[in-house]
Design a protein around this ligand. Structure first.
Ligand code: NAD
Length: 510
């Protein structure tokens, strides 16, 4: 496989060892994380692991930078984010190619991820003039009461491999206009994407004479993540990844009474009713299950199909799966690329075995692809199994293209099946019936953070608050009023009378 690597040059990533970026300063700890592309197995580069001493330097710089940044007027902070959005537009092609090559998602999804970054920059620029607080009526005469929002300090961002650039930007662009400074630990499975984003941001900071510590990068595995979760100087940890990781980070941060914003695993379902439009079902379900090779937190893992539609849906899906082209994601003819690494392939194979042992009936078989174009060993077949809602494997998030399909009789039963998992991220109903859709969206309906009608579970617009309930962690980031998680609220009462009346009519005469 011959990949033109000009995109690495454009992103100033041509050196084999880009070092650990802490601002523009490159630290070399002597220990490296190699990044191998799942596309062809080639070594893209190596990133130096951040030591504890280097981490301390990064935090000291971030603390200093915060003193300056918090006093920059919010719209001026927005201007820096605007410039970053412009730089991303310039590098969209190159960065999208890097995302695709390092993570393995299709090129259009790689570009889409960069587009999400651009969109969140635009959103944050507008937000920088709208960080509103409320004004209340005081019960005391000649008093004014209002609330204002201040930045928290250093926001620690720990991110997963599957959205190696977008998740950081959802957090950091909002945190930056709020006046926070950010320290990011990207996934050790896609660290070069982190270096590229950091590199582009540092150029903007330098051009504007802003301290480099406003945006920092640290690299490494969970041990570097632990430096952050244990560090009381980081008032907020935003962690995206598995529920397993979220439980550990949540307990650690809670033990020092810090704040967390958790975006964890999903187990997302689509309900297909007798009133569904089959064309909509097909696109929503197939993209949801197969897109990003089933490695989205919002990937469709379960289809809950009405008895009357079950055989038809099975037939249509099996036919569609037969047409999916699997291969190099940088080739736009292919629908599905590889899994992130061989460990993910092993987890996929184990899940198939467990499903079979529990009695699942595979109507489209899975398996690992071999031969020309598949030398990295990370390409697998998307598969579909008839399953039972209570099977242990159906209750688990397997980060791979395995779709479980099951039957229902009444809508109440379908909603109960949909809610009958520990996770609560994304959900959808396919129906043209207003009554069915409203029941699904009611308080007795879906218990997820995201509930869609005639759209699959996968993908979200940046304008809404993104996140999920139960074991998905309860965090909300990106649009709507998610910015409030990145600021501290201060209630202020001003007395402009000549006396000091106490609240609740309390008398304290001297
Ligand atoms: P992961 O949990 O293995 O790793 C995620 C990040 O956490 C990595 O940077 C890792 O180094 C770090 N980490 C792991 N253990 C840690 C610890 N004890 N302390 C501090 N940091 C630690 O997840 P992954 O395999 O990279 O990503 C896949 C998972 O992420 C899936 O479960 C997926 O659903 C989830 N995800 C959720 C969302 C969401 O918004 N809800 C988005 C993307 C991915």
């Amino acid at each position: 496989m011959n990949i033109n690597r000009d995109f690495l040059r454009e992103l100033q990533l041509q050196s084999k060892n880009p070092g650990t970026w802490t601002g523009m300063q490159s630290h070399d700890s002597g220990t490296y994380i190699p990044s191998h592309s799942p596309v062809d197995g080639a070594l893209i580069g190596e990133v130096s692991v951040t030591t504890k001493e280097q981490y301390e330097e990064v935090i000291a710089k971030a603390q200093e930078a915060f003193k300056t940044w918090r006093m920059v007027p919010a719209p001026n902070r927005g201007e820096i984010v605007r410039q970053y959005g412009e730089a991303l537009r310039k590098h969209k092609d190159a960065l999208g190619r890097l995302v695709s090559y390092e993570m393995g998602k299709s090129l259009t999804e790689g570009w889409g991820e960069v587009q999400e970054m651009i969109d969140i920059c635009d959103f944050a620029v507008g937000l920088s003039r709208q960080l509103y607080g409320l004004t209340m009526h005081s019960e005391r005469s000649l008093h004014r009461m209002y609330e204002q929002w201040h930045p928290m300090g250093i926001v620690g961002i720990i991110s997963a491999f599957n959205f190696p650039v977008a998740v950081w930007s959802w957090n950091s662009m909002i945190a930056l206009v709020c006046g926070d400074v950010c320290v990011w630990k990207p996934s050790e499975k896609a660290p070069i994407c982190g270096v590229a984003c950091q590199q582009i941001f540092q150029d903007i900071l330098k051009e504007n004479n802003i301290p480099e510590g406003v945006v920092s990068l640290v690299n490494g595995d969970y041990k570097v993540g632990e430096f952050m979760s244990k560090d009381h100087r980081l008032p907020l940890i935003s962690a995206t990844g598995s529920t397993r990781m979220g439980k550990i980070v949540a307990a650690e941060v809670a033990s020092r009474l810090g704040n967390t914003l958790l975006e964890l695993g999903g187990n997302n379902a689509i309900i297909i009713t007798p009133n569904a439009d089959m064309k909509v079902v097909l696109t929503g379900a197939v993209f949801g299950a197969v897109g990003t090779a089933g490695q989205r937190c919002t990937s469709t893992r379960r289809l809950i199909v009405h008895n009357s539609q079950y055989e038809k849906v099975k037939e249509v899906l099996a036919k569609a799966y037969g047409q999916i082209r699997i291969g190099n994601p940088l080739d736009s003819d292919n629908h599905m690329g590889p899994l992130i690494d061989k460990a993910a392939v092993e987890m996929y194979m184990n899940a198939i075995e467990k499903a079979k042992a529990e009695g699942a009936n595979f109507i489209v078989e899975g398996g690992v692809l071999e031969g020309s174009g598949y030398e990295s060993g990370c390409y697998v077949k998307p598969c579909i199994a008839e399953a039972n809602k209570d099977m242990a494997i159906v209750q688990t998030e397997t980060f791979a293209p395995i779709l479980y399909i099951m039957k229902y009789d009444t809508l109440e039963e379908a909603i109960a099946i949909q809610n009958n998992v520990p996770q609560g991220l994304s959900s959808a109903i396919m129906t043209d019936s207003l009554k069915e859709s409203e029941k699904f969206l009611s308080a007795a309906g879906s218990d997820c953070g995201i509930a869609n009608v005639n759209i699959g579970t996968s993908g979200a617009e940046i304008g809404g608050a993104f996140g999920g309930e139960k074991e998905t962690g309860g965090g909300r980031e990106s649009g709507s009023d998610s910015w409030k998680a990145y600021m501290r609220r201060q209630t202020t009462t001003i007395n402009y009378s000549d006396v000091v009346p106490l609240a609740q009519g309390i008398k304290f005469d001297l």
